[in-house]
Design a protein around this ligand. Sequence first.
Ligand code: ZN
Length: 198
Amino acid sequence: MDYYSKQITKLIEELSALPGVGRKSAQRLAFHIINMPSERVEALTSAISGAKKNIRYCKECCTLTDEELCPICRSKARNHRVIMVVENTRDLAAYEKTGKYDGVYHVLHGAISPMLGIGPSDIRLKELMRRLEDDVDEVIIATNSSLEGETTAMYIAKLIKPTGIRVSRIASGVPVGGDLEYIDEITLLRALEGRTEL
Ligand code: ZN
């Protein structure tokens, strides 16, 4: 099935391994890249390798950042006593876009899923519990309303309850199984305002 030279086949293979990129799109992208001026290809590859090399987890909230502390954790304007727990950095970005939340975040990088063999120690829960040793008034659990998100929310709530810190869950106006990043800002704000204590 090698219609193309080895190099092109390799490029198509690498591209089609990316999420959401099918074989056809991978081919289209591959030929687009080959036809790009060399400087553009150079800029693209160095953006990819630069991001991979310099991006790390924020020491505090575990979001992806290129500094030790992300801008949100560094900000004095934020309320560091309220922590919103989200599954990933894209969910954090979705809440940030509303511009109405002034607390800080904690990014789990996943959700508990017994079916996929993802347990509590596979997500950034230990880091969250460590943060709760400081002065914290409330933990808002904003994991997705999927089965995994709900399982994670229940697990975290049970873990935090004994500490006496207030734990709440965003309202379930958020469509079931819906990725937070695809939900509009008004729905997100409503979910946040309508949160209930667990
Ligand atoms: Zn941070």
